[in-house]
Design a protein around this ligand. Structure first.
Ligand SMILES: Cc1cc2nc3c(=O)[nH]c(=O)nc-3n(C[C@H](O)[C@H](O)[C@H](O)COP(=O)(O)O)c2cc1C
Length: 191
């Protein structure tokens, strides 16, 4: 089985929904096993988290976009990953990333760029969404990849939406397909 780990932070539960959708997509992929690892409010992984990351074939990073980048809790985790970085322990693992924020744009690409840089510092292999954007006249808000990101999965949760209301359904479906894509590649190359 190819192992996919989704490591994410969520301050208020919206990005958690996106993380769960990514993991559900990965878990639905034949030959792949997926699990989520939540970075907590102090920026710490749960017990055994670092071992799970060490054993993963693919690591999918996720954070809300706060002030145009990852949350401080995610950054604390990223800085703590300097320990495996020293020995390049994650070298050649598959990497991918997602983010959620309140605005349609909201500088989400800046967050994905940061996560790409993190993955490159670890010498990982980056996977994007591989999904065409819904950008024609007939496009609807809940179409797949309405937010039109190739670099990683994006989701939008309106600022007054509860986690049950946002991210919007199309963005959660986009997240699911993204998890499937990363897992399928992990199975193909490592399974
Ligand atoms: C400190 C802070 C900074 C934020 N910065 C941005 C931002 O730069 N762009 C944006 O679109 N939304 C921004 N938001 C809104 C969040 O991205 C949005 O509420 C998101 O759904 C929160 O996800 P979470 O529930 O997983 O924490 C910010 C929210 C907070 C609390």
């Amino acid at each position: 089985m190819a192992k996919v780990v989704v490591v994410f932070h969520s301050g208020y539960g919206h990005t958690k929904k996106q993380a769960e959708a990514v993991a559900a997509g990965a878990a639905a992929t034949k030959g792949a096993a997926a699990e989520v690892l939540a970075v907590n409010a102090e920026g710490e992984l749960p017990e055994g988290g670092w071992y799970k990351l060490a054993a993963a074939d693919a690591i999918i990073f996720g954070s809300p976009t706060y002030m145009g980048t990852v949350s401080w809790q995610f950054k604390k985790f990223a800085d703590a990953s300097s320990k495996p970085w020293f020995s390049q322990a994650w070298k050649d693992k598959i990497a991918a990333a997602f983010t959620n924020s309140a605005s349609m744009n909201g500088d989400k690409l800046s967050t994905l760029h940061y996560l790409f840089t993190l993955a490159m510092q670890h010498s990982m292999i980056w996977i994007g969404t591989g999904v065409m954007p819904a950008n024609g006249k007939a496009a609807q808000r809940n179409d797949i990849n309405y937010l039109a990101s190739f670099s990683g999965a994006m989701a939008q949760s309106p600022s007054d939406a509860s986690p049950e209301e946002g991210p919007l359904p199309g963005d959660l479906e986009t997240a699911k397909l993204f998890g499937q894509r990363v897992a399928a590649y992990a199975v193909k190359t490592r399974g």
